[in-house]
Design a protein around this ligand. Structure first.
Ligand SMILES: C[S@@+](CC[C@H](N)C(=O)[O-])C[C@H]1O[C@@H](n2cnc3c(N)ncnc32)[C@H](O)[C@@H]1O
Length: 280
């Protein structure tokens, strides 16, 4: 996957977009032709791994996505969060779903590199105008300043309302220095709001998915052209890095610990992904 400004959209973003659609978590128009092909190509491997109670890519994605949804919705329902910025939102349906569910209560800014935001805006607008509080804007997670920076996007939000920043499926494509710079930038931005929450997924080295079985390795190999980084051996190291970056509380827990009972079939996949929940 390219992490620089680019019009090229990564296969992983196409694939995850199709997974959300196929599991009723998104609008069918956010499924691209490439996403559909990848979904069908990986379906037998996912099914075989699921039958053998082994980790699989679709299970991993559904586990992390559902847990991040639930944590965000809990914070919205508690009245802590009224604004969301999602970085690297890709073809995720979360912004689309939640801005319809919480119409007047929530401002949702989905962001990604310009090629992706251009495409996503077109797909969403084809379903009718976006609601006023749902925006799709370009943002480069690696930009320190300028119009494509997090600082700039956040400067347009209401300082009297709580803000949640989300990264999903993004961190493990960046090297450790870039992740920690991004975490500092996120913590700095959240500091200007009455409530500041950061949610993400993260893979840590001690649970490397590459060690999780042949089927899983084949699936990842199909999806990833560039390297994937495992920055921390243990979750505790990631928690220390988050507090060092400026968060007052940080938990990096196994997704398996947060699964709803109805999702127990996702447990083998959930065991190899961590959920980051940090408060500024
Ligand atoms: C694996 S996809 C995940 C998309 C989405 N979060 C999801 O879970 O469906 C990773 C996304 O990160 C985006 N991305 C890559 N580098 C980025 C950067 N430097 N700044 C912002 N987004 C980036 C890609 O364009 C892609 O849409």
């Amino acid at each position: 996957m390219r992490t620089k400004r680019s019009d090229r959209i990564s296969p992983t973003a196409h694939y995850t977009g199709a997974v959300w659609v196929r599991n009723n978590l998104s609008d069918p128009r956010l499924e691209t032709r490439m996403g559909r092909s990848l979904y069908h190509a990986l379906k037998p491997l996912n099914a075989a791994a699921r039958l053998a109670r082994q980790p699989n890519l679709e299970g991993l994605l559904l586990a992390r996505h559902g847990i991040l949804d639930r944590m965000l919705e809990d914070a919205i329902k508690q009245g802590d969060i009224q604004q969301v910025v999602e970085i690297g939102a890709g073809l995720s349906g979360r912004g689309w779903r939640l801005s319809r569910r919480y119409r007047r209560k929530l401002t949702y800014v989905e962001t990604d590199l310009p090629g992706m935001t251009h495409r996503k805006r077109k797909l969403l607008v084809a379903q009718g105008a976006l609601p006023k509080r749902h925006r799709v804007e370009p943002l480069d997670a690696l930009a320190e300043d300028g119009p494509a920076s997090l600082r700039h996007v956040v400067s347009q939000l209401d300082r009297d309302k709580g803000l949640c920043i989300i990264t999903e499926g993004l961190l493990n494509y960046f090297d450790q220095a870039s992740v920690e710079t991004l975490w500092r930038r996120i913590a700095d931005c959240l500091a200007g709001f009455p409530k500041g929450l950061y949610l993400s997924d993260l893979h840590v080295g001690s649970e490397q998915p590459l060690a999780a079985g042949t089927a899983f390795r084949v699936m990842l190999g199909t999806m990833l052209r560039s390297g994937i980084h495992f920055h921390y051996r243990q979750a505790s190291e990631a928690e220390s890095a988050l507090t060092h970056a400026g968060f007052s509380q940080a938990a990096v827990s196994s997704a398996a610990d947060h699964l709803a009972p109805k999702d127990s079939q996702l447990e083998p996949s959930a065991r190899i992904v961590r959920i980051v929940r940090a408060v500024r």
